[in-house]
Write a protein that binds this ligand. Structure first.
Ligand SMILES: [Zn+2]
Length: 384
């Protein structure tokens, strides 16, 4: 869909390259051509997605936001409830745009970039004192540790986690030991499919009246619970999504939910599991590095995709560069990753580098490694 963006959108004035350029230049939440909202995904999955909504399409997104709040009994009230939304870094990420809209009168929303150092995040949360918090499960666990250690001191009425797999162990740590509330798992993708757990917490109810959902077999034929899920969006008329495979949602649960709602449930959101890296810190401890930190790689226009592979304390960063990429790309990436890891408190993140021959797709791969990062896995994994 990203490769054929210009052919798929229904307004010929919308051009992928121009949109990406504009997104980088303005970095602000504003309408494009007077009516379109432009959104990008964080890129932590390795590739940045571009999505566009017109006003009515965006209203449908906001309706889904309110609906998920209602399912958790988290309704607007006066004085307004304080919501801490820990979000993807870029202003064009859907979570930031939704939060900005909600902050106009519905809830008192504070967005905090998930890329902040944990100390900074704790400080900001303590000062704000949220009633509700949304965070990635991996980050929620880190914050649970902070709460248990007494550095974070917040009292939550409710909580949502999203975008990643949350294991029962993570839930226990968050609920029973740290915050005393059972988090609702929220699913919201930029393609427009939303859903949330009900009070029974037995799977995520997907809002299937806003999207057509089909479980299919390997040939794309509809089957009862299957391993692949296709979605067809029913409200985005600018960038129609028709039978798009959603890779992080799996089989639909056929049985009814004890809560009585008839919205279909998913058994599991696989998400990007177990992907927080632990690297040696300057102060001797370990530094948890969330994959979102590496999204800065896709901010470079010459990067098409990337992958971070960890084994022990070594990290190998594999990059598929655009054919037009200059020879300076590798040095530039080495510098930004190094600066970021230093900022996060990682010990001596000195990165070396090697270049690979063109791969089978005719694009260059670049492997960056160095002291503490001397893993020698084969870069060919990237092309699997
Ligand atoms: Zn239910």
């Amino acid at each position: 869909m990203m490769e054929n963006f210009d052919d798929l959108v229904t307004d010929s004035r919308l051009r992928r390259e121009e949109l990406l350029e504009r997104v980088e230049e303005t970095g602000r939440d504003e309408y494009y051509l007077g009516s379109y909202r432009v959104m990008t995904t964080s890129g932590s999955s390795g590739r940045k997605g571009l999505f566009i909504y017109d006003e009515s399409g965006w209203s449908a997104i906001m309706a889904q936001f309110l609906r998920h709040c209602a399912m958790m009994q988290f309704r607007p009230q006066l004085p307004r409830q304080r919501v801490a939304a820990i979000v993807g870094g870029a202003p064009t990420h859907m979570s930031r745009q939704v939060a900005a809209n909600v902050a106009v009168g519905i809830h008192n929303v504070r967005t905090l970039p998930g890329t902040l150092r944990v100390e900074r995040l704790v400080e900001k949360l303590n000062r704000f004192g949220p009633d509700h918090m949304n965070a990635f499960p991996s980050l929620a666990v880190i914050l649970a540790e902070e709460q248990l250690a007494g550095r974070l001191r917040i009292s939550l009425k409710s909580m949502t986690t999203s975008s990643e797999l949350r294991t029962p162990e993570m839930t226990d740590r968050i609920v029973e030991e740290a915050f005393g509330v059972r988090p609702f798992d929220l699913y919201a993708n930029t393609e427009g499919l939303w859903g949330v757990e009900c009070e029974r917490h037995e799977g995520i109810h997907l809002f299937e009246d806003a999207a057509l959902l089909e479980n299919v077999d390997e040939d794309g034929c509809p089957v009862p619970p299957g391993e692949r899920l296709l979605i067809t969006g029913l409200y985005n008329l600018v960038q129609p999504v028709i039978r798009l495979e959603v890779s992080d949602v799996v089989a639909l649960e056929p049985g009814p939910c004890p809560c009585g709602r008839t919205l279909v449930r998913t058994r599991a959101i696989e998400g990007r599991r177990e992907d927080v890296l632990e690297l040696a810190g300057r102060d001797g401890g370990a530094v948890a590095v969330h994959p979102l930190q590496f999204a800065l790689l896709t901010r470079d226009r010459e990067v098409r995709e990337f992958q971070v592979v960890q084994e022990g304390e070594s990290v190998l960063i594999l990059v598929v560069a655009r054919p037009s990429a200059s020879s300076e790309l590798q040095g530039r990436l080495r510098e930004v990753v190094s600066r970021k890891l230093t900022e996060l408190g990682v010990r001596e993140p000195r990165l070396g580098g090697t270049s690979q021959e063109p791969d089978t797709f005719g694009e260059r791969q670049t492997a960056t490694r160095g002291r503490g990062f001397n893993h020698t896995s084969s870069p060919s994994r990237m092309t699997d």
